[in-house]
Write a protein that binds this ligand. Structure first.
Ligand SMILES: NC(=O)c1ccc[n+]([C@@H]2O[C@H](COP(=O)([O-])OP(=O)(O)OC[C@H]3O[C@@H](n4cnc5c(N)ncnc54)[C@H](O)[C@@H]3O)[C@@H](O)[C@H]2O)c1
Length: 429
């Protein structure tokens, strides 16, 4: 099938590359010329395991095209995916300007029947809005259908998730359009659920909010575990053995971040309010999360002062296997530590370049994990990369000036850390 994907960010690029890999003809379009130029030269604008090889193979074999021309993308395809950014405004209302711009361009260049598929995460009702904008901008009348096909990929394993999603949600008021998208997904071994357009839009928000709720719940239990002297990991394991609960998303830590959970939870609270519904549970989920990093720093300050202390920060991306630092807890943590005049050394396996753009020379950048901890008074682990999980802990201890280790992700065994001579603090244990 002839597909175009508008927006080649984490979602759009991975979607386009996977569809091309499955044998479809795909045009990946972005307004960012530098991104498209890089892609044409085989350089990926984001870090995602397995993406580069898959993209470059399909590009060489002529199934994948890159362009900055939305006219080309619209005219040459039958199915158009919208995968542009939908960042929140200050009040957490979703900024739909990119989606609206693409809808207007589709209307302007439409030249025959099209299925417009919204993959961006957008508030309920946006599908209808996109339809109205397309119609308003049409020079000549053409038939089109709107589909909502929310994306559930996890950065860091996006290729795997796109090839083998737990479920594919297809929301549309047109049975023909929905069936065409079902056909497009043939070859993926996954459950397909066809829903109303508006249900699909809400499934995405409901799913992310529910996962955020699990995280804030276990983090609250972690706080209670600290007060009572119990161990949150044991509690999570005990809870997780109940099939109705499950073990996933019950890892206590310094809170969720990234480009999805904070934004989607904030957006659902906003949308509910604008529809006259007070989403109290979600407000609490957000409140608990907003306090995580501050609480962690307060805990550190109960043990040591921070002024002029040399601190090694391990991990900057919001989670392992990605270079994404949007809403990363590390940035909040760094801001608070700098306020307390700590001297910071930082290291992340892939997010260093992104962090340099934000933090400039406010911190010292290390070339590897051991260089980062050398000579420090205390070390803080923020992101649970494998390289940290498998680190030579004795070498870390020997390199440090001090003995304090604060583990924001409960990666290490407290007994082992103690036996190596660390004063070790983790979350809820
Ligand atoms: N990143 C994730 O893990 C993830 C997962 C599921 C869903 N989503 C959702 O998918 C959407 C995209 O997220 P992302 O992380 O890929 O965003 P991103 O910021 O990485 O990429 C968006 C891309 O859209 C391009 N763009 C913006 N306006 C455009 C226009 N008018 N024409 C052409 N290109 C345009 C930008 O240049 C950018 O390259 C968002 O709604 C997000 O909430 C993201």
């Amino acid at each position: 099938m002839k597909i175009s994907v508008i927006g080649t960010g984490y979602v759009g690029l991975v979607t386009g590359v996977v569809f091309a890999h499955l044998g479809h003809n795909v045009i990946c379009m972005d307004k960012n010329e530098e991104k498209i130029e890089k892609l044409k030269n085989g350089i990926m604008p984001i870090y995602e395991p397995g993406l580069e090889e898959m993209a470059n193979k399909s590009y060489r074999e002529g199934r994948l095209f890159y362009t900055t021309s939305i006219k080309d993308a619209v005219e040459k395809s039958e199915i158009i995916f919208i995968a542009v950014d939908t960042m929140p405004k200050k009040n957490w209302q979703t900024d739909l300007s990119s989606v609206k711009k693409v809808a207007a361009d589709i209307g302007r260049y439409i030249n025959g029947y099209k299925i417009v598929v919204n993959k961006s995460t957008v508030p309920v009702g946006t599908g209808d809005l996109v339809g109205k904008i397309i119609k308003k901008n049409m020079k000549k009348k053409f038939h089109f259908d709107i589909v909502s096909n929310p994306e559930f990929l996890r950065e860091g394993q996006a290729i795997y998730d796109t090839l083998q999603p737990d479920r594919i949600i297809i929301g549309s008021e047109s049975v023909e359009a929905a069936m065409k998208i079902v056909e497009l997904y043939q070859g993926m071994n996954s459950v397909i659920k066809i829903t109303k357009l508006k249900s699909a839009e809400l499934i995405k928000y409901a799913s992310n909010s529910f996962l955020g709720m699990k995280i804030s719940f276990i983090n609250s239990i972690a706080d209670l575990a600290e007060i009572t002297g119990s161990d949150v990991t044991e509690i999570a394991e005990g809870m997780g053995l109940d099939k109705r609960i499950g073990r996933e998303f019950l890892n206590a830590g310094i809170g969720y971040g990234g480009s999805c959970f904070p934004k989607d939870i904030g957006s659902l609270i906003y949308t509910a309010k604008s529809l006259g519904y007070d989403f109290g549970i979600l407000k609490e989920v957000k409140k608990v999360n907003d306090k995580r990093v501050k609480r962690f720093v307060e805990r550190i300050k109960k043990v040591t002062k921070l002024t002029n202390r040399k601190v090694g920060i391990l991990g900057l991306s919001f989670k392992p296997n990605t270079d994404d630092i949007r809403e990363a807890p590390s940035l909040k943590l760094i801001e608070l530590l700098l306020k307390d005049k700590a001297k910071l050394k930082v290291y992340d396996p892939v997010a260093m370049e992104n962090v340099k753009k934000v933090l400039k020379n406010k911190v010292e950048y290390s070339k590897d994990l051991y260089n980062c901890v050398d000579g420090t008074d205390l070390v803080i682990l923020v992101t649970e990369w494998d390289v940290f999980k498998n680190a030579d802990l004795k070498r870390i201890k020997d390199g440090m000036k001090g003995d304090l280790f604060f583990d924001g992700r409960n990666v290490y065994d407290p007994q082992i850390m103690k036996s190596l001579g660390f004063r070790y603090f983790s979350v809820g244990r």
